[in-house]
Design a protein around this ligand. Sequence first.
Ligand code: ADP
Length: 266
Amino acid sequence: PSEIQKSQIKGKQIPGIQNIIAIASGKGGVGKSTVTTNIAVTLAKMGFKVGVLDADIYGPSIPTMLDTFGSKPLSVEVGGKNLMKPIENYGVKMLSIGYFSGANQAVVWRGPMASKALNQMIRDAHWGELDFLLIDLPPGTGDIHLSIVQEVPVTGAVIVSTPQHIALADVRKGIAMFTMESINIPVLGLIENMAYFTPEELPENKYYIFGNQGAQYLAEDLGIPVLGEIPIIQSIRESGDVGRPAALQEGSKIEEIYTKTTQNMI
Ligand code: ADP
């Protein structure tokens, strides 16, 4: 960014938060929230102070995936200001629009309202000291993304995609948004989710259900690294559904894969 832009962004710095990482995807359903929650608990296990902001306001899944569904954030008075207190589980602090809407209630908001709510969850919340705040963005590129990348001092972006050609095509658009001259957020890399499947009875056989090598080629082409390849594993899905991220399974292959991916990211 130009010097002026840099100073504007600096002015927006959020005290106490060291790194803000936006987790994005071209398409929905590629596993962005699953990856976000697993990276969050992995960072916490590594000893970092971690927060997650669920900015996927049209399909907030962080509360379910981190077993805090139905929680209601309290307000705390800090320095004469009423702030939202993030919910905490597995050593991860989190806020989501999901805490403020009913279970079956649709969130029907215009872009500016949604952006305002998200801004409040970032700035009018008592996050305290954080090494990392992960922002789980909605899929695609839109108003909400633009307002976040313009308003929030994002340190870097991570893109999650399946290896499928059509999903990767949308990744290019997502990356183009972050690297736009006026925005200029470094893309830390691509995480390939649902990279392959290995049946239990044939553990040496990898089946590339959504295609092979596509993410590697795209990453090479864009000059960004592939941070990790996460296979399709039934327990990753099940753990998300019950709210206990699979990366918490100590000594497991899944824990190892998420640890490596997280180390590559930071
Ligand atoms: P997104 O946030 O991109 O919309 P989700 O994280 O909600 O995607 O994932 C979509 C579905 O796929 C969920 O049911 C999730 O449990 C499942 N899923 C995600 N990653 C994996 C994986 N590596 N293996 C198995 N299931 C997965």
